[in-house]
Design a binder for this molecule. Structure first.
Ligand SMILES: [Fe+2]
Length: 373
């Protein structure tokens, strides 16, 4: 098969110690696009995450998004109660400290979840997961945060365009047929992904309150498809695991507008393990003020099954797959994917059982973002 991929040399043996920085502006010019594609291929096959700069999302918009992210957790008690996630059948809104979990373990964070504001399409007899999205958001009142709704609507629209662009470039980097990923989209996810705003309180506050247990803002996990992480204040709480099991910090880049992009489990599946979904976590500050992070989760349809992903994988360069398998056996063994999926399954099933007795359908576990069957 004719290929532009130097298959024998594209895999690196040493566990990565730095998260690569990719400049998306390179992809906009024909003469520099091949450079971007080769860096993207390196990141896909060896690290599973990267800083994205030159992304084209307006700095002023991102500034407002960050500012509002810190304010949404500082509303009057009545408004907080109105925005409580228990008031939304779509799991939008505010999740209080200690209610979020990863792989069954309690995390130390507070979330505000929202997405594209479409009507719910669930009807009697549909699987429960149809209820999870789309559905109307719980928007903070204009009285308290007048710019929140319009700012986050524009943010979702911009991030959706960015996610679509990265998907197209991933297809090119893997030499997948153009449009391979389009088969996994429905009209709802095409309209926009999800946003999770997280607040990570300082650990000394937890200790002073006499609590025990949670040690992470978000425990080690993998996402579903493509996640864009935007720190809303300057902190170094985000970490990714390298194949040797070491945690590599990815603090905000000084003086540069950047996201950290994570590859998720479904993308790993469609590549038959050629590309890497890297476990990652978020650490709380030891003391001082809370950390705030905005996540944009670019998605695929919740109806997608692993059999569908397998079909897309047929377009892959099989020499690439075989080489990845031969060289990455040690990675797979270290990360115990089966155990991780089982734990997520239990966690998601518990959450689902709380809402309904429906089961047995493909399900996106909305907090860990892991695709389950
Ligand atoms: Fe994540």
């Amino acid at each position: 098969m004719a290929t532009g991929i130097d298959i024998q040399n594209v895999f690196h043996f040493e566990p990565f110690t730095n998260v690569p920085i990719l400049d998306l502006a390179l992809a906009d010019k024909p003469e520099t696009k091949p450079v971007f594609i080769s860096w993207l291929r390196y990141a896909l096959l060896n690290t599973g995450n990267w800083y994205l700069v030159g992304h084209g999302v307006d700095d002023q918009l991102l500034g407002t998004v960050k500012e509002l992210a810190t304010k949404v957790f500082d509303l009057p008690a009545n408004e907080e109660n109105r925005l409580d996630e228990s008031n939304s059948p779509h799991f939008w809104g505010l999740t209080r400290v200690g209610r979020g979990t990863t792989e069954g373990k309690r995390d130390y964070r507070e979330d505000f979840d929202l997405g594209n504001d479409l009507p719910c399409q669930w009807k009697e007899g549909d699987p429960l997961y149809v209820k999870t999205r789309p559905g109307p958001n719980l928007w903070p009142s204009k009285e308290f945060l007048p710019d929140f709704k319009k700012t986050y609507q524009v943010f979702i629209a911009e991030m959706t365009k960015l996610g679509d662009k990265i998907e197209g470039l991933i297809e090119e980097a893997l030499e997948l047929p153009k449009g391979t990923f389009a088969a996994y989209k429905d009209e709802n996810v095409k309209a926009g992904g999800r946003v999770k705003i997280a607040r990570y309180p300082p650990l000394d506050k937890l200790q002073s309150e006499g609590e025990e247990g949670p040690k992470f803002g978000v425990g080690p996990h993998k996402d579903l498809w493509l996640t864009f992480t935007l720190p809303a204040n300057e902190h170094a709480g985000q970490e990714v695991a390298n194949p040797a099991g070491s945690w590599i910090p990815c603090p905000p880049l000084s003086g540069m507008s950047s996201f950290v992009v994570h590859i998720g489990s479904a993308l790993e599946s469609i590549s038959r393990g050629s590309i890497v979904a890297t476990p990652h976590r978020a650490m709380n500050p030891a003391s001082g003020t809370s950390h705030f992070t905005v996540y944009y989760l670019h998605e695929i349809s919740p109806h997608v099954t692993f059999a569908d992903l397998d079909k897309g994988a047929e377009g892959l360069n099989q020499e690439l797959v075989a080489t990845a398998k031969a060289r990455r056996r040690w990675w797979i063994l270290r990360n115990s994917l089966g155990k991780s999926k089982l734990q997520n399954l239990i966690s998601a099933a518990k959450r689902t059982a709380e809402a309904s007795s429906d089961s047995g359908e493909p399900l996106v576990h909305r907090h860990s973002g892991v695709l389950l069957i």
